[in-house]
Design a binder for this molecule. Structure first.
Ligand SMILES: Cc1ncc(C[n+]2csc(CCOP(=O)(O)OP(=O)(O)O)c2C)c(N)n1
Length: 344
């Protein structure tokens, strides 16, 4: 990349993090105005993990995550309109208004969903990686989860299989230190979450989840290694969520002092200061960027409000199975070989 392209790529990291923050602030406001039903889990504080990791991937690489999914979807290229409309339950939403905040889906950007059942998506992440390896596709899967997901049965089954079959997947534990109100230190027999990878013979590492550049560089490096030598990785991203678990969380499990301490590491203010110091951005540039993003977030609310509800019959279309008579199973299966070593 020439220096102008490099500069723009750096600024985009900040832009994307700020877009998630402003989008969610707007969503929070709308929720408080009772325009949104159901759950709303904000990603505020954790933006560097989604933005940095997406920047370290190719667009073909799959992403799959849990219910705190706005950040991953926006970072991967989902527009604010379809993201906001989904929270509003409108037909123009990314999941046709039927999934809500916890079930974003964006096939065109290879974002294979937000998933509400804690740990339920981890085998799906392994499955995506299996599929791309089986088909001989050059794809890495990024499977994100919270620290509360690592004691769920499906976590162990999926990591075991991924380790055994050397699947091209990066399991990223976004350790924001709490599963609802339970501190990770109270639910794990091992002191360090990163040490979990050893049980599945996985390369494991810790990543500073508040530093967007470090996240990008780590993921780019690991993806590069996986493309050459397919195998799973286990990464603990150390981060922190600034808002409650969801909108109805009084937050009594942590002190104000603890929260304030972590806010000093805010990934957006930190990175903004770095870019200004390096002469890549001015305060004026930042204000312009912020104004533009706030206008997009406000416009997304208008778009959501003006969109139609899903038609009544659509609800049943996606909850019951219709037999697809045109479906034909893959006629032949590639032979087991060095490239395709699965014995199943
Ligand atoms: C199987 C299952 N059990 C319980 C819940 C209720 N629940 C919703 S969120 C949550 C905590 C998960 O915490 P973590 O995985 O650390 O993710 P974070 O909220 O920190 O992003 C729980 C227990 C659920 N959704 N699914």
């Amino acid at each position: 990349m020439d220096s102008e392209a490099t500069k723009q790529a750096e600024i985009k990291l900040l832009y994307d993090m700020l877009a998630i923050r402003r989008f969610e602030e707007k969503a929070q406001q709308q929720y408080q105005m009772q325009k949104i039903g159901g759950f709303l889990h904000l990603y505020i504080g954790q933006e560097a993990v989604a933005v940095g990791s997406v920047a370290g991937t190719k667009h073909d690489d799959y992403l799959i995550t849990a219910y705190r999914d706005h950040g991953h979807a926006l970072a991967r290229g989902m527009g604010m309109n379809e993201a906001m409309a989904e929270i509003f339950g409108k037909a123009t939403g990314c999941s046709k208004g039927l999934g809500g905040s916890m079930h974003y889906f964006d096939r065109k950007n290879n974002m294979m969903g937000g998933h509400a059942i804690v740990g339920g998506h981890i085998p799906l992440g392994a499955g995506l990686a299996f599929a791309s390896r089986y088909r001989g596709e050059d794809r890495v899967t990024l499977c994100y989860m919270g620290d509360g997901a690592i004691n769920i049965g499906s976590f162990h089954e999926a990591l075991n299989m991924a380790g055994l079959w050397k699947l091209p997947v990066i399991f990223i534990c976004e350790n924001n230190q709490f599963a609802m109100g339970t501190a990770a230190t109270r639910s794990n027999p091992l002191k360090e979450i990163v040490d979990r990878g050893a049980g599945y013979n996985m390369q494991s590492l810790i990543m500073d989840g508040m530093d967007v550049r470090k996240v990008r560089d780590t993921i780019a490096d690991v993806c590069g290694k996986i493309r050459k030598d397919p195998q799973p990785y286990w990464i603990e991203a150390r981060t922190y969520r600034y808002r409650g678990h969801s909108m109805s969380d009084p937050g009594t499990y942590r002190t104000k002092e603890e929260l304030e301490k972590h806010k000093k590491d805010d990934p957006i203010t930190q990175f903004k200061a770095v870019l200004i110091k390096e002469g890549l951005l001015s305060e004026e540039d930042f204000k312009r960027m912020d104004t533009e993003i706030k206008a997009l977030a406000a416009a997304s609310v208008k778009f959501a409000e003006e969109s139609d509800e899903p038609a009544e019959e659509e609800v049943f279309r996606y909850t019951t199975v219709e037999t697809d008579t045109s479906y034909k199973p893959i006629p032949t299966r590639p032979e087991t070989s060095k490239e395709n070593p699965f014995h199943c």
